[in-house]
Design a protein around this ligand. Structure first.
Ligand code: PMP
Length: 425
């Protein structure tokens, strides 16, 4: 629990009265070490300040939305300029067309765009589009993959009924045989195969996509008439300036994007190829805030920076610097630390740590040294980070490994996570 008499503690106590459970979703009380702050007061560049004014290097980047730095001057100036002209209005501004043109110009498979707000809007819309296109029901997706918090895909089953989950078949990511078996099970009723750009499930090691798996998914969709959907909500534009699977030469029919699209301003999008255009124009999708112009102005500026700067090469180099330095320090301290997934979206898991007690302790020790890391979810790099930030994080890690070594024999299991880790393994 946060320090007594702290602003964070006070806010938690007040929240417990007026917010169910005190907090919800991925920041729910108990999903992170007890000393993690729950409330923040400021973000600038690569750093966040908690409600008590403590500053951290933020390795979470808001779970992805922060790509160019918090309070980015050019992006936020574009946002504010448009806010003064009109934001949520009766219809969209011309920025919507400009933005669709920009994305169609950048993402190889895309011929059109439909904008929305959250990643879940975009993944759910992709499912609806695939069903409208095929007039079939079944969707195949990988076990443990996250596609949002709507009843069809939410990870916690409470409040979800069987019919919300109907017509879904699960396969194992990167396992061609299980994908083929799922397609066989779907018979003539397959609407879509969903895939993450790489395996980025929580609690388990991440995995790069196997090109043979991606190619087979494409072939199976072509053979059956189903649509291939790549869910770029988390990884989009951190691995490529195009769709992530363009790196392995596989183009989906639909892709869902969100998070960093407007560098933290709320915007998501479904992109699609001409094949699915008719279906996409036949479904009814909308939201009161979906035409907001200021976020679109911010997104245009974000996309310009994606096209015109070397952000991708820089964050990749920073990720690799952290990975190499951390591997050295973990080995020197005698810990087996698995760093998986692309270096710009790393996940750290300790060997012999089934209930995450080492991971929680290490994360707490990093936090107390000014680095906000995550014990079971992938982290993110942003272009506002510097080599000095990474070197500072490595110094913090050296201290954190020593502290972990001193405490490791006396650590308690992290029981509150048992239900989640059991489901993931
Ligand atoms: N898909 C993926 C791969 C995600 O990581 C997320 C969010 N973590 C979503 C979909 C849902 O996005 P949102 O939380 O914006 O609804």
């Amino acid at each position: 629990m946060s320090r007594p008499n702290s602003r964070d503690r006070e806010l938690r106590e007040r929240a417990a009265a007026v917010i169910p459970g005190g907090m919800y979703g991925h920041q729910s009380v108990g999903l992170l070490p007890d000393d993690y702050p729950q409330f923040f007061s400021r973000g600038e560049g690569a750093h966040i300040w908690d409600a008590d004014g403590n500053r951290y290097l933020d390795l979470m980047c808001a779970y992805g939305p922060n790509l160019f730095g918090y309070a980015h001057p050019e992006i936020d100036a574009a946002f504010v300029r448009q806010l003064g002209q009109g934001d949520t209005m009766t219809g969209p501004t011309g920025l919507m067309v400009e933005l669709a043109e920009a994305l169609v110009g950048m993402v190889s498979h895309a011929d059109w765009a439909i904008f929305c707000k959250n990643g879940t809007d975009a993944t759910t819309m992709a499912l609806t589009t695939a069903r409208a296109h095929t007039r079939r029901r079944k969707v195949i997706r990988a076990k443990g993959a996250y596609h949002g918090a709507a009843p069809w895909c939410v990870t916690r089953p409470t409040g979800v009924i069987d019919s919300d989950r109907a017509n879904q078949i699960f396969c194992d990511y990167n396992d061609v045989a299980s994908l083929e078996a799922a397609v066989a099970e779907a018979g003539d009723d397959l609407a879509a195969i969903f895939a993450a750009p790489f395996k980025h499930d929580a609690f388990v090691d991440q995995a790069e996509p196997d090109a043979a798996y991606a190619r087979r998914a494409r072939e199976l969709c072509d053979a059956t008439g189903a649509l291939l959907v790549v869910d770029e909500v988390r990884a989009g534009f951190r691995l490529s300036r195009d769709c992530s699977w363009s790196r392995i030469g596989v183009e989906p029919d639909l892709s869902s994007w969100g998070k960093c699209l407007a560098n933290g301003h709320p915007l998501s999008v479904m992109l699609g190829s001409d094949k699915a255009r008719k279906a996409a124009s036949s479904i009814f999708v909308t939201g009161s805030f979906w035409f907001q112009a200021a976020t679109m102005a911010a997104a245009l500026e974000t996309l310009r920076l994606i096209r015109e700067t070397d952000y991708l090469e820089r964050i990749t180099a920073l990720g690799e610097r952290l990975r190499a330095g951390l591997a050295e320090r973990a080995a020197a301290a005698g810990f087996g630390l698995r760093q998986t997934g692309p270096a710009v979206m790393p996940l750290f898991l300790f060997d012999d740590d089934p209930d995450l007690r080492k991971g929680f302790c290490f994360a707490s020790e990093m936090l107390s040294r000014g680095v906000y890391a995550h014990p079971w979810h992938n982290m993110f790099f942003c272009a506002a980070m510097t080599e000095a930030d990474v070197d500072g994080a490595l110094d913090a890690a050296e201290g954190a490994f020593s502290a972990l070594k001193r405490q490791v024999r006396d650590l308690e299991p992290v029981e509150k996570l048992a239900f989640l880790t059991a489901g993931a393994r």
